[in-house]
Design a protein around this ligand. Structure first.
Ligand code: 5GP
Ligand code: ZN
Length: 112
């Protein structure tokens, strides 16, 4: 089972900042900004390439949760960045889809 499935199943103790039927969110263990949390689907989908019309409903749930949590973290007004890395050149390290939400500092563009 992947590490994020273990977090979903509460086999690894992580303080969740949000949970519902479809989604959980928690702070990144290695934050890159004052606010850095991850929003993930409960179902295991390894990369963005595995999104299909059968499982894409979780994306709407994730993007409903992101602005709520951004507001709770106090970064909604100044702004924040949402990042999803895919496979090696995208910089993906955990192969269970997740959306990084990064705020509390000025993000730079281009990101690479
Ligand atoms: P990726 O590079 O796959 O887009 O990002 C994976 C993210 O997951 C990294 O930012 C990393 O710090 C975070 N991460 C990996 N393992 C854990 C963990 O066990 N707990 C938490 N809270 N974050 C994790
Ligand atoms: Zn998983």
């Amino acid at each position: 089972m992947c590490i994020f499935c273990k977090i979903v199943n509460r086999e690894i103790p992580v303080k969740l900042i949000y949970e519902d039927e479809f989604v959980v969110a928690f702070d990144d263990i290695n934050p890159t900004a004052p606010a850095h949390f991850l929003v993930i689907p409960k179902i295991h989908i390894s990369t963005l390439n595995e999104i299909t019309s059968e499982n894409s409903n979780m994306l709407a749930k994730i993007f409903e949760v992101i602005p709520k949590l951004a507001k709770e973290k106090g970064v909604d007004e100044k702004g924040y960045r949402v990042v999803a890395n895919c496979n090696s050149e995208g910089g993906q390290e955990v192969f269970h889809i997740h959306f990084h939400v990064i705020g509390g500092k000025q993000c730079k563009w281009p990101a690479v």
